[in-house]
Write a protein that binds this ligand. Structure first.
Ligand code: PNS
Length: 163
């Protein structure tokens, strides 16, 4: 039986911190399904199609990594994928309260599903998708913080938004 975990998030955009967690998760699981949240009530920088496409491009040669959009409750997506574990990254204490609430709510919704928290490498402990976008829009350097394809897509999107 293959050990499968779900790694959910907005990934707007995916960063090297997320990738670090995925690689760490693969030391424990045979397969990781990256669940990309589609929330019509939220204003994303990249559309759901773009976020999924970018992540697929990054992991195109990796059979053990799947990418799928999902809408609605995370626990329903996890069940549909026949998984039992959700991986979430914890960068700092500040992440803890929200993550704790989510994990316990998910447990209430489906007691069969466990949340596994993993710490990224210290060099990514300050990194967030929000900061990446802000720094990039203001002309700062995001080298080593996101894969090259993300930097390229950020450039394209900013050009597209300004025309
Ligand atoms: O990358 P993010 O934005 O921190 O990811 C948050 C995510 C996608 C894990 C969370 O918003 C989620 O699971 N949303 C799906 C809706 C849901 O199940 N809500 C109840 C969770 S307690």
């Amino acid at each position: 039986m293959k050990k499968i975990a779900i790694y959910p998030g907005s990934f707007d955009p995916i960063t090297n911190g997320h990738i670090d967690i995925i690689e760490r998760g693969l030391k424990i699981f045979d397969k990781i399904i990256i669940g990309v949240l589609k929330n019509p009530e939220k204003n994303y920088f990249f559309s759901i199609e773009e976020r999924v496409r970018i992540i697929k491009e990054i992991f195109k040669d990796r059979e053990e990594i799947e990418v799928e959009p999902f809408q609605g409750l995370l626990v329903d997506f996890v069940k549909r994928k026949k998984a039992k574990v959700v991986i979430r990254g914890l960068r700092a204490i500040s992440d803890f309260e929200y993550e704790f609430q989510m994990a316990l709510m998910n447990r209430k919704l489906n007691p069969e599903i466990e949340t596994l928290f993993m710490m990224p490498s210290i060099e990514y402990s300050f990194l967030s998708s929000r900061l990446v976008k802000e720094v990039f829009k203001l002309g700062g350097c995001i080298k080593n913080l996101v894969p090259a394809v993300v930097e390229k897509e950020l450039k394209r999107k900013i050009r597209e938004n300004s025309t």
